[in-house]
Design a binder for this molecule. Structure first.
Ligand code: C2E
Ligand code: CA
Ligand code: CA
Ligand code: CA
Length: 284
């Protein structure tokens, strides 16, 4: 319990204690893990709902921990945010993903361009190097800004002032797409959307879950329909995440959503698989 930072309540619960020690252990192991190259990225395809073509993929980071095996981002991203390691880790993810997008585009030829979506944590948003790092990474990889979409959660932008929005505006002006991630979970003022330099709304998985039955709950349908029409009237594209069944995909397509992501199409996987999916798609 000492190593957990002295939370005395954890002494009474051995399991919580073990979790806390792991948390502490993981936190201290993070910097060396980055140096040793223990992180890797899986890519999950983004599929156009109208014609079923693969348009790109979201980069999702994993940690191949020498003792604990593969750890998902929910296990270590909060720790990296807490210690500030998210800044170099996030930069690494961005660099890898942009290079990967460059390779996809090069190899895809007529099937391209394939774009990459990268998650940005709130700490990266407030880090002064964000714009320059992104410019440098795109240049080094020879990738056009249009091939990159940065995903920022709705909650990170709630009540955002101009200082926070400035770097995002600059990136958007360069041609980088900005997506509002987990949209619909953050209770944000819809009118606020006009102020934000975003071009994509990523509708949270909770909405997709409401489409599991066919036909879906009429209230859920109305809500999604309203969001889609609002988004389109503001010139925003709508991406839906967590699509697990064909029925969901069909209802979301009818509702006018533009792009979808989820297990129904593909689980997150290695980068070459995306290339195969896109190529198969383009050659029939
Ligand atoms: P997210 O941005 O909302 O990413 C979508 C999550 O939903 C991913 O979980 C993905 O594997 C999962 N998912 C995809 N399709 C389905 C589906 O059909 N059904 C269900 N039930 N789940 C699906 P994952 O990979 O565990 O990532 C969790 C979160 O970690 C992400 O949520 C994102 O917020 C964060 N994350 C991942 N990579 C990074 C990164 O490089 N940087 C930062 N800052 N955060 C990251
Ligand atoms: Ca995301
Ligand atoms: Ca999301
Ligand atoms: Ca989510």
């Amino acid at each position: 319990a000492k190593s957990a930072g002295g939370n005395r309540f954890e002494l009474a619960d051995p399991e919580a204690d073990a979790r806390a020690i792991t948390r502490h252990g993981l936190t201290t192991a993070l910097p060396a893990a980055l140096e040793r190259g223990e992180f890797f990225i899986e890519y999950q395809p983004l599929v156009h709902l109208g014609d079923g073509s693969v348009r790109g993929a979201e980069a999702l980071v994993r940690w191949l921990h020498p003792q604990h095996g593969v750890l998902g981002p929910d296990r270590f991203i909060p720790l990296a945010e807490h210690t500030g390691l998210i800044v170099p880790l996030g930069r690494w993810v961005l660099e890898q993903s942009v290079r990967q997008a460059g390779q996809w585009c090069e190899r895809a030829g007529g099937a391209g361009p394939l774009r990459v979506n990268v998650n940005l944590s709130p700490c990266q948003l407030t880090h002064p190097g964000l714009v320059q790092d992104t410019v440098d990474i795109l240049e080094r990889a020879g990738v056009r800004p249009e091939a990159l979409c940065l995903e920022v959660t709705e909650s990170a932008l709630i009540g955002a002032d101009d200082d926070l929005l400035k770097p995002l505006r600059r990136l958007a002006e360069m041609g980088v797409d900005i997506a509002l991630d987990d949209f619909g979970t953050g209770y944000s003022n819809l009118a606020n959307l006009r102020r934000l330099p975003v071009s994509v709304l990523k509708l949270d998985r909770s909405f997709t879950q409401g489409m599991q039955q066919f036909p879906a709950d009429p209230v859920d349908l109305k809500i999604v329909e309203g969001i889609v029409s609002l988004a389109h009237s503001l010139d925003l594209a709508v991406t839906v995440e967590g699509v697990e069944t064909g029925a969901q995909a069909e209802q979301l397509r009818i509702l006018g959503c533009d792009t979808a992501q989820g297990w129904y199409y593909a689980r997150p996987g290695p980068p070459d698989r995306l290339h195969e999916l896109a190529l198969v798609d383009a050659t029939g």
